[in-house]
Design a protein around this ligand. Structure first.
Ligand SMILES: [Zn+2]
Length: 237
C-alpha cells in the first residue's frame, strides 16, 4: 500500500522541480528583454562614434536638421597638425605648410572674403588680423571661417556656392601670423559679415576636426545652437 504513495511523492517532487526550473527560466527570459531594452541606447551611442556617417539619428527638431547627405571634410589637404587650445578664445590654429590647399568643410555659400592683407601690427585691428580670409555659411546653418591664407581662388566670392572639399585657397601667413597656418573658427552666422569677434570662432573646433580628419562627419550644429541660446549675437568684441 505504501508504494503508490512513494511514487506519487516522487512524481510530485519531480513536477515541483520542473516547475521551479521553469520559473527560473522564465525569470531569465524576463531578465533578458530588460537588458536588451537597455542595450539600444548604448549601442547607438557607441555606433555614432566610429561610423559617424549618420548625424544624431532622429532629431527632435527636424526643421534645423541639415540634409542627411551633407558631408564635412577636414579644411586642409595634406600634412597638418593642431592643438586643443588657442590663445584668447575658442578656435584652432591648424599648422600646415604654406601653399597647401584649404578646402570648404561642407556645402554652402561664401559669406565674406578678404583678398587683400590690410593688417598693420601698429594698429592690430581685430578686423584685419586674419589677413586673407574666407567665411562660408554651411548648408547646416553654421559659419566656417579660415584665415591667414596665402592666396584665395578667384571663384571664391561672396554669394558663390561651394561644395565640401572644394579648394578655397592656400595656407599662408597673412595678417597676424608668423608661421604658416590656417586659423579655423566655427560660429553662428550672426551679422554674417563684419562681426569678426564672432566669426573668428566661439566653440572649440578640435573634436570636429578630429572627426573629419578620420573620415567622420561630426556636426557642430547643436553646440552652435546651444552657444547662441546662451550668448545671442554679441554686438561688439
Ligand atoms: Zn588662431
Amino acid at each position: 500500500m505504501a508504494r503508490p504513495w512513494i511514487w506519487l511523492t516522487v512524481v510530485l517532487t519531480v513536477l515541483a522541480a520542473v516547475a521551479g526550473a521553469g520559473l527560473l527560466v522564465q525569470r531569465d527570459r524576463l531578465a533578458t528583454p530588460v537588458s536588451a531594452v537597455w542595450h539600444p541606447p548604448a549601442a547607438s551611442a557607441s555606433a555614432s562614434t566610429p561610423g559617424a556617417t549618420s548625424t544624431h539619428t532622429p532629431s527632435p527638431t527636424p526643421s534645423t536638421g541639415p540634409p542627411a547627405s551633407l558631408r564635412r571634410v577636414f579644411p586642409v589637404q595634406g600634412k597638418a597638425s593642431y592643438a586643443r587650445e588657442h590663445h584668447d578664445y575658442p578656435g584652432t590654429d591648424i599648422m600646415a605648410a604654406c601653399g597647401l590647399p584649404v578646402v570648404a568643410v561642407t556645402d554652402g555659400v561664401v559669406l565674406d572674403v578678404a583678398t587683400v592683407d590690410r593688417y598693420d601690427p601698429a594698429v592690430n585691428d581685430g578686423a584685419t588680423r586674419g589677413g586673407l580670409s574666407v567665411s562660408v555659411l554651411g548648408d547646416d546653418g553654421v559659419r566656417y571661417y579660415g584665415s591667414h591664407f596665402a592666396s584665395i581662388d578667384r571663384a571664391v566670392q561672396p554669394g558663390a556656392r561651394v561644395s565640401a572639399g572644394q579648394e578655397l585657397g592656400t595656407v599662408g601667413r597673412t595678417g597676424n601670423a608668423s608661421a604658416c597656418h590656417l586659423h579655423f573658427g566655427i560660429s553662428p552666422p550672426c551679422a554674417r559679415v563684419g562681426d569678426w569677434w564672432v566669426q573668428r570662432g566661439v566653440i572649440w573646433p578640435w573634436s570636429y576636426l578630429d572627426s573629419w580628419r578620420d573620415g567622420g562627419n561630426k556636426s557642430p550644429v547643436e553646440e552652435i545652437a546651444a552657444w547662441q541660446a546662451d550668448h545671442g549675437c554679441p554686438a561688439e568684441p
